[in-house]
Every structure is written in C-alpha cells, then in structure tokens.
Design a binder for this molecule. Structure first.
Ligand code: ADP
Length: 883
C-alpha cells in the first residue's frame, strides 16, 4: 500500500504554501543582504557568448613588435604619434581615440599638436584620454575623482574630445560595466567609449549634453532608434563582450601594429570611416589590462580592447540591462511559492523529475531573456531558491512520510497481532488508543465500547477532556463520523452495528488525520470482532482446561494421527509421564515411556487402530485402570479417559476369593451339620430314643454352626471396615487395651500362659473407633495365645513413640517362617506348619487388624522367628493438638 504523505488536498496546498513562503522569506532575505556576491557575479559570465561585431571599430596596438622596433614606448618622441595621426587622417579614419595619456611635456609635442589640428581639419576627430584618481563617493549618476591627469592643453584644445578611460571592475575583479560620465576637479567628462561614439556622429562636447537625456537610471543616446543605457547609481552601464581577448587566435577586432601603420604598411581602406582606438595591446608588461567575463581562464584583456567592446556595444545597439531589484525579489518569491506548491502536489518520481528539470528550465528561460531582450537575470538566487525549495520540500515530505509510516506501521502491527490471534481484547484496546494518539498527534481522545447492558462507556481516555460524550453518542446514533469543531468521533462498524467509537481532538491543521482515523476504524472493525471471538474462545478454553485439570479421570486427547494434543495431570501421574512434555508426540512414545508392560500397550495401540470406540483395562504398577476411547469425527480427534478401578478390581478379586473360601470353609461345617442331621433322622426313623446320642449329634451340629458363624461374622466385619464405616473420636488407648486384655485373659489362663502388661500411667489421646480397635487388637492378643503352646509367655506393651502410640504383643510361641511373613495380612491367608496345622482359623483375623489400623491411618507389622516367637507391632498417630 503506497500512501501519499498527506491525503487531503487542503493539507497539501497548505503545506506547499507554508514551505513556499518560508523559502521565499529566507531567499529574499539572503538576496537583499547581498550574500554570495562573487558567485552571483561569476554566474552572470554565463551570458557572455561570442557574437558578430560590426567592422566599425579598429585597434592600433602599441605591441611588442613596435616596441622592438622603436624602443620602450615611454621614451617615444610625440612625433611618432603625430606620424600615426597623419596616417589615420590620410586613411580617412572618422575617429582617432587615444587610450594613452599625453599629460607630460615631451619631445615632439609641437608636431603632435600640429598633427591633431591637421587631422581635425581633414575630418578625423581626435579623442584624447584623461584618467581620474582618488575616487570619491559616487552621486548623481557619475563617478567622482578628487584628482586627474589630463592631456596637455596644447593637445586638448585642437582635439574633439577629452574623455576618461577609467575602468571599474566588479567585486570579483572582473570588468562587466563601463563608465558613462565622470567628474574630476569640478569638470564633467564622458567616458572614452561615449566620447568616441559621439565623435562618430560628429556630436561635439557642446552639443552632446543636449542630445543626451539623463534620467534616474537611464542614459538615452542619439541614434535611430535612440540608444538607452541602463546605468546604476555610479553611472555604470553593462556592456557586451563580442568575443575572446584578441591575444587568442581570431580576435574580435581588426588590430594593427602601430609600427605597420606608421610605416604605411596597411590596406588602404583599413581606417576608412572607422573608429580607431590606439592603445597598449599585445605588449609584454603592459599595465592596462583587466579580467573580463570572456577571459575567465586568466587571460587579460587590454584596456583599449575593452573600450573597443564598449564602443561596439553602443554602435551595434546591444547594451545589456540588469534585472530590476523588484523583479529579482519577485522572481525569487514566485519561484519559491510556485515550486513549493507544485512539489507538495506531486509524487516522489515527479518530484525527482522536477528536481532535475527546474534548474534547467530556469537556465533556458534566463538565456532566452538575455538573448532576446538583453536582460541580465540574476541566475544565482532563483537557482538557489529552486534547490532550497527542493531540499525543504523533500525534508517536509520525508518527515511527514516517516510520521505517517510510523502511524501506519503501528496500525498494521495492531491489525497483524490481532489477526494472529495473539491479542486479548484488553490489550487490543490499549494498542488502538496508542495508534489513535499517533494518528491524530492527539493530546486528547478516547475509545468507547458497549458494556454488558449495551451502553457505550469510555474504556481508554487520554487528556483531560478526551471523552467527548456528546459527539461520541451522536456517532453511535448516526452510525457515521461526527465532528464538532476539531473534535472527531468515528464509529467502528461491524455488520451494521457500532462496536466501538474512537474520539479525538484533531490537530489544528488539516493533515488528513480525519481520513486516516476513518480508514483505521474501517480496518479495525474486523480486528475487534476477531479479538472478541478470540477472547470468547479463550475463556471457553479456560473452562475446558479447568475441567481437564480437576477431573478425577485421566483424560488424553489425540489427533487423527495419534499424536497427543493434550492430557491432564492425572494421566501424567498414572502413566508416569511427568518427567517430560508429551504434547505433540505420538501416543506410542508415551506408552512406551510408561511402566505398563509391552503387551498391554500393544493391545491398546491395536485397539486404537481398529475401532472407533473401545474399552480396555490396563494394569500399571499393580493399579488397574479402565481405558475408554472414543473417536470424535468432528475435528478428527480421539478422547481417551482413564479411570482408576484398582479398588474395584481388588474387591471383585476379594469376592471371588470369598466365594471360593465360603464354598470350601463353609462347606465342611455345613456337611457335618447335614451328616449329623441325617443320622438323627435315621434314629427318628428307627424310633431310637437314645438321648445321649441325640445330645452328642446336636452339640456337634452347634459346634459346626459356630464355625460357620465365625467365618461369616469376620467376613462381614471386614466388609464393614472396608466400606469405611468407622467413627473416630478422642480415645484413651490405655482403657482400650485394658478392655482387650480383659477379653483374652480367660483364654490365656486356659492354656496356663503368663499374660503380662506394661501400660503407662498416662498417654495422649488418639482419634479412634473404640469398638473397632478393641476387636482388631483382640485378634493380635488372641493369635498370640492361639499360636503359643501351653505355659507360654505373652507380653503386652503400650507406650508413646514420637508422634504415635505403639502397641506390642510379644509371644514365645511357634513363630512364623520368613517366607510366609509377607502375605500374613492378606485375606484368608494361613500359615500351615507342623505345629499350627490343627489350629482352627479363618485367615481373616490379621486382614481385619490391618483394615482397622489403616482406617486409623496407622500401620501394623510383624517381627518373628520361626519356632521362637513373634512380636506384632501397631502404631497409631496421636490426635492433632487443638490450638
Ligand atoms: P487365623 O488365626 O484365623 O488363621 P489370622 O489372619 O489371624 O488367621 O492369622 C493368619 C496366620 O498367621 C495364622 O494362620 C497363623 O499361622 C499366623 N499367625 C498369626 N499370629 C501368629 C502368632 N502370634 N504366632 C505365630 N503365628 C501366627
């Protein structure tokens, strides 16, 4: 997306105008202070191009050749000039102007004076040179000198004109202008070129002032049409240069060596009707030489040749005219404003083309003006203005572009972030408000969204009055942008419903901020909707996560390729997957890692491949889990739930065993009862009435019935305990143990055994179920009596051990072989040794003890040596101390 730096037309106009005025002020300021004067003058030299000169001006040079012939020219007798003048007069020259000072008396002065008089009489008008020195302040359109050197009166009197030859170079040392009128020692004179020009038209010094009109900056000379010289405050005017200095090949003017002329060595028509200028030229060491615009490579032009160019300028009617100051200032201002306005409208490419084209156009225009109207335009300042305009406009454009890029970038970043579904709604609001501030460069503004009752409320505000509730409400009602002064409210609309309102105070200058906010709002609608959906999904996901985490079942979700997508803590714990993260890994990796045996996980794998739903039991570290797997076609996923059914599995095993025991252990006494009952039946049938016999049978039957009853009672007790039915309360163990001992004392006496007790005076209480504990612990004392021969020793001890109460029953009976000790506490387990084989029992007593103790969070263990005796230990935790 390419954006113009400022989207609104007004903004562009405004910025263009501002830039233009700024640049114009700067440049006109610099120009009026006359900065870069040398550069400006040098650039003027571009205008001086060689042009055709008329053949009306001829130079007679005092050159090296004549000096070689006649010696140093300073020493020449004036007769030599007289001879020259005779030749010129004979050659019918119209004007003979000498750029030489005849101010000191010399040899042959009389001859020269006579020659001048003769020449004048023959129609050759003689112009002699004067030179002023000690220049004074200029005024009234003339140069003023305090002093001067003039031709001797004997020459000046017969001569047509005495004229000044001073040349005034510009600030850069280059002669571009020529003097018009000069005053010295109170007298006014024309310059050499003007005098020569007047002489050409036979305008004498007395007549000339009437023919010449002088205005403020104009000197109008007689000619058809009249020739106007634009002069500056010093009376200087701009002359043309017709070509390179004559020292170079070609040369603009016809030049004769003075020697050749004196010797008569020239073509007869050489001077006919022409202005002849006589002076030092092509002479080594000549003092009268100057830099001119056409000789900037360092070559100097002789004063006489400069005079020739000035005369030629007037004769050809091509004097130059400098641009007026008003025009210069206007040009600079117009270029600045126009170009800035133009640059503000165009694209980068066009800007670059203008950058190259504008200076070129200016140069073409200036040269055209010069060649058509002879006006010397100020090349430098407009050119500088163009460059400065370009630079400033570029700077402004770049800075605006950067600013907009920044705001666009952050805008895009916001949108991108949302589209990546990484942004919560809350975070998005912050991003939006940040962006809005950047776009509007705003100190004030706000973001509004509807609350749960669909009322719009400000959720982000910056600045003191940033909310603008009025305008914001209007934007909601109208579903369109609203403004009030500089306050802007833009609704964010999604499916014709306003989802948010952005308000802001716009900058005082229209820079397209409004358009950008609207553009932002339009793009934001989708993002806001996304963020809302995203937030919703997230919270749903959180619920799901919660369910997963809290579920008592293990849950694992697989994708269609059987990669684990997620699993909960329970699965990780049961399958021992905690040491690393299995998300994204194939389920086989997790199963292989788990402690379950290979066959189990292979069947699980096969089941997953084969069927859409299945149920399977797996055993991991002696715990049994039920796996329920279901394939959810929508979204292509598998959900596996694991339930810990270890207790259930154990119970079912117990039941199986109990049925087996019942069928075995209950069958014997039942068989006996039935046997005796049949015998009694036969006695009845035989009508026997032996009461002793009856009594015997009945007592056997009762005995067997009691056995059965015991088995059934113990099974029921165990069941009772297993189902967690105990009621614990603070309990004194000393009393409890006393009760246990009271129950057993009779049996011990029967077997003539010694039963000793070591009970403390006082013990902290435990939390316990009295009935259950008495029943359980009685089994331990009972076993000790049962599995100890007559006359044995049984010791019972009760004491505190750390945070627990310990109970010990020690006997010196048959003892238990080591290999049997491990299974001693399992249901129906009995140890069959030679000594104990005939002792009756169910094998449930110790399991009952274990169940009771474990229900009390205690533990039970045994220490026994076969044939030496056993000690059973019970440890029960103390009741927590109440604070
Ligand atoms: P029962 O006594 O009904 O057989 P128990 O669960 O109480 O069942 O005891 C299991 C087995 O442990 C007994 O069969 C017996 O062999 C052994 N046993 C229990 N207590 C002792 C003991 N104090 N000395 C020797 N053997 C014992």
């Amino acid at each position: 997306m390419v954006l113009l730096p400022f989207n609104s037309r007004y903004a562009r106009l405004w910025i263009g105008m501002a830039t233009g005025v700024l640049v114009a002020l700067l440049m006109v300021g610099l120009w009026s202070q006359n900065y870069f004067v040398r550069t400006r003058l040098r650039m003027t030299n571009l205008y001086y191009v060689a042009q055709q000169a008329s053949d009306n001006v001829v130079i007679v040079a005092i050159d090296d050749r004549s000096i070689r012939e006649y010696g140093a020219y300073q020493d020449w007798s004036r007769e030599r000039y007289a001879a020259l003048l005779d030749q010129l007069s004979a050659g019918n020259a119209r004007v003979a102007a000498f750029d030489l000072l005849f101010s000191e008396p010399r040899d042959g002065d009389a001859a020269l004076a006579a020659a001048i008089t003769d020449a004048e009489a023959a129609g050759t008008r003689v112009v002699l040179a004067a030179a002023g020195f000690e220049r004074l302040d200029e005024a009234d359109g003339a140069l003023h000198f305090a002093d001067d050197l003039r031709p001797l009166p004997m020459f000046a009197e017969p001569a047509f004109y005495t004229a000044f030859v001073n040349n005034i170079p510009d600030a850069d040392g280059t002669v571009r202008r020529y003097t018009s009128q000069v005053s010295a020692a109170g007298d006014d004179y024309y310059s050499m070129a003007l005098a020569a020009y007047f002489s050409y038209f036979n305008l004498s010094p007395t007549l000339a002032p009437q023919a010449v009109s002088v205005e403020e900056n104009r000197l109008t000379l007689p000619a058809t049409p009249p020739l106007t010289l634009t002069i500056n405050e010093r009376g200087l005017w701009m002359m043309n240069y017709f070509g390179d200095p004559s020292t170079r090949s070609g040369g603009t003017f016809q030049v004769y060596s003075i020697r050749d002329v004196i010797e008569g060595d020239y073509a007869s028509a050489a001077f006919d009707g022409k202005i002849v200028l006589v002076g030092l030229m092509d002479a080594v060491g000549a003092v009268d030489q100057r830099i001119t615009p056409v000789s900037l490579n360092g070559e100097l032009m002789a004063g006489v040749e400069i005079n020739a160019n000035a005369v030629e300028t007037m004769l050809s009617g091509v004097p130059l005219r400098p641009e007026s100051r008003t025009s210069q200032a206007l040009t600079i201002a117009v270029v600045a404003v126009a170009l800035s306005l133009l640059l503000a409208q165009v694209r980068w490419q066009t800007m670059m083309i203008l950058a190259a084209g504008a200076p070129f156009l200016w140069l073409v225009y200036a040269s055209l003006t010069f060649s058509v109207r002879g006006v010397v335009l100020n090349l430098l300042y407009p050119l500088l203005t163009i460059v400065v305009c370009l630079v400033v406009s570029l700077g402004v454009r770049i800075s605006l572009e950067i600013r907009q890029r920044k705001s666009t970038e952050s805008m895009l970043k916001t949108l991108l972030q949302v589209s990546r579904e990484q942004t919560e709604f809350d975070r998005l609001l912050t991003l939006i408000s940040d962006d809005l501030r950047v776009i509007t460069e705003g100190l004030e503004g706000s973001v509004w969204i509807p609350d749960s009752e669909n009322e719009f409320v400000p959720v982000r505000t910056w600045g003191v009055n940033g909310e603008y509730p009025e305008v914001s409400r209007r934007a909601v009602d109208a579903v369109a942008t609203q403004t009030e002064g500089r306050v802007l409210a833009v609704p964010v609309v999604w499916q014709r419903e306003v989802r948010a309102v952005l308000t802001a105070l716009l900058p005082p200058v229209r820079t397209g901020a409004r358009e950008r906010v609207e553009q932002f709002a339009a793009q934001l609608a989708v993002s806001l909707e996304n963020a809302r959906l995203f937030s919703e999904t997230r919270s749903q996901n959180q619920v799901l996560q919660g369910i997963l985490a809290e579920s008592p079942a293990g849950i694992m979700v697989l994708d269609d390729a059987f990669n684990i997508q997620r699993y909960n803590e329970r699965v990780a714990e049961w399958l021992e997957m905690q040491d690393r993260n299995f998300t994204g890994q194939p389920i086989s990796a997790a199963l292989e890692h788990s402690p379950m045996d290979r066959d189990t996980w292979k069947t699980l794998g096969t089941n997953l491949m084969k069927s859409e739903h299945f149920r399977q039991e797996i055993v991991v570290r002696k715990r049994t889990y039920q796996v329920d797997a279901a394939h959810i076609p929508l979204g292509g996923r598998w959900v596996l739930t694991l339930s810990n059914i270890t207790d259930l599995a154990e119970l079912s095993q117990l039941k199986t065993r109990m049925i087996r025991i019942a069928s075995h252990d209950l069958k014997n006494p039942l068989g006996r009862i039935l046997g005796y009952a049949e015998l009694m039946q036969e006695m009845v049938d035989d009508e026997e009435d032996d009461l002793t016999q009856y009594n015997y049978y009945l007592s056997r039957m009762i005995h067997s019935g009691e056995d059965m009853n015991k088995i059934i009672t113990e099974i029921l007790d165990l069941e009772h305990l297993r189902s967690g039915n105990i009621e614990r309360e603070p309990l004194d163990m000393i009393n409890t143990i006393r009760d246990v001992l009271d129950r057993s004392r009779f049996d011990a006496e029967q077997k003539k055994q010694t039963l000793t007790e070591q009970l403390p005076e006082h013990l902290p209480e435990i939390m316990g179920d009295f009935t259950q504990l008495v029943q359980g612990l009685s089994n331990l004392v009972g076993n000790a009596i049962k599995y100890t021969p007559e006359g044995g020793q049984i010791d019972v001890r009760l004491y505190q051990h750390g945070d627990a109460i310990r109970f010990e029953v020690q006997d010196n009976g048959y003892g238990i072989p080591k290999e049997a000790q491990g299974r001693l506490f399992s249901e129906f387990y009995r140890v069959h040794t030679d000594n104990t084989r005939d002792i009756k029992g169910t094998g449930l007593g110790l399991s009952l003890v274990k169940a009771v103790i474990e229900a009390h969070e205690g533990r039970v263990w045994v220490d026994s040596e076969y044939n030496e005796g056993s000690t059973f230990f019970v440890e029960l935790p103390l009741a927590p101390v109440e604070v």
